[in-house]
Write a protein that binds this ligand. Structure first.
Ligand SMILES: CC(C)(COP(=O)(O)OP(=O)(O)OC[C@H]1O[C@@H](n2cnc3c(N)ncnc32)[C@H](O)[C@@H]1OP(=O)(O)O)[C@@H](O)C(=O)NCCC(=O)NCCS
Length: 217
């Protein structure tokens, strides 16, 4: 679990360094009118280039990525007032953050989109825990799909998790996603009551987290 207090205040200029085998996370403010500007600034910092020169390519389901020659893999997510960018050198990261929304009927959505085992596990939780556990599972599944570059149409029920001691663990994935045991899926608490998850396929990696408040650098 990466918690809100693990995000250390920093600027990209201070932190840019070889990633080695680590995964770096950047939390930053997000406003629709700024679009991709801030994540692109961080990305450009790691590549030591001007953001205006970055040319991203787009996968068949919308995943942006750098040309194959670039030694950096990334993914970002935005919800409410924050964006979260994940950067890695040798694994393909997927991230998802979600701010709880009013009036979401967690169990109805679970019965519709999740596996029967996942819905049953959620049903057994008390109401307030159910809402947050539902969102934790949703972000875990979406982070895996985003690492793969798929969209929700892949089928959230094809990325199966089991709830053990309050945490969702990958247990059964469709063949195209690879063996569940090969995946790392970390819950994230980036701020307040946001839910989030970081996923990658491959061995465990150290994760380092920074909070960037542009304008304060
Ligand atoms: C990918 C998806 C699950 C993300 O949904 P979301 O929770 O609303 O969005 P998030 O904030 O977590 O992530 C959005 C960011 O993820 C990235 N992204 C977009 N599609 C992606 C994909 N398939 N895989 C990984 N990352 C993706 C982008 O950077 C995007 O932000 P941007 O548009 O500001 O650059 C959802 O958009 C989806 O299902 N897309 C698939 C659509 C599709 O299949 N299109 C093909 C039509 S032929």
């Amino acid at each position: 679990m990466i918690d809100a207090h693990d995000f250390l205040p920093a600027t990209p200029a201070e932190v840019v360094q070889p990633l080695d085998h680590a995964i770096h996370l950047w939390r930053m403010p997000w406003r629709r009118e700024q679009g991709r500007a801030l994540p692109l600034r961080v990305l450009a910092g790691y590549l030591h280039v001007d953001p205006s020169t970055l040319r991203l390519e787009t996968g068949p389901h919308g995943k942006p990525f750098l040309p194959a020659a670039c030694p950096l893999r990334f993914n970002w997510s935005h919800s409410g007032e924050f964006a979260l960018l994940a950067l890695a050198g040798d694994v393909e990261p997927g991230v998802d953050i979600e701010l709880p929304r009013e009036g979401v009927r967690a169990l109805d959505l679970a019965r519709r989109f999740f596996t029967p085992e996942e819905s049953d596990a959620l049903e057994q939780l008390p109401g307030h825990e159910r809402e947050s556990s539902f969102l934790q599972l949703w972000t875990a599944k979406e982070a895996v799909l985003k690492a793969l570059g798929h969209g929700l149409a892949f089928g959230l029920e094809r990325i199966g998790f089991a709830l053990r001691q309050g945490t969702w663990h990958p247990v059964r994935f469709a063949a195209e996603a690879g063996a569940a045991a090969d995946w790392q899926v970390l819950p994230l608490r980036i701020a307040g009551n946001y839910a989030g998850a970081l996923a990658w396929r491959g061995p465990t990696r150290p994760v380092r987290a920074w909070a960037w408040a542009p304008g304060e650098e």
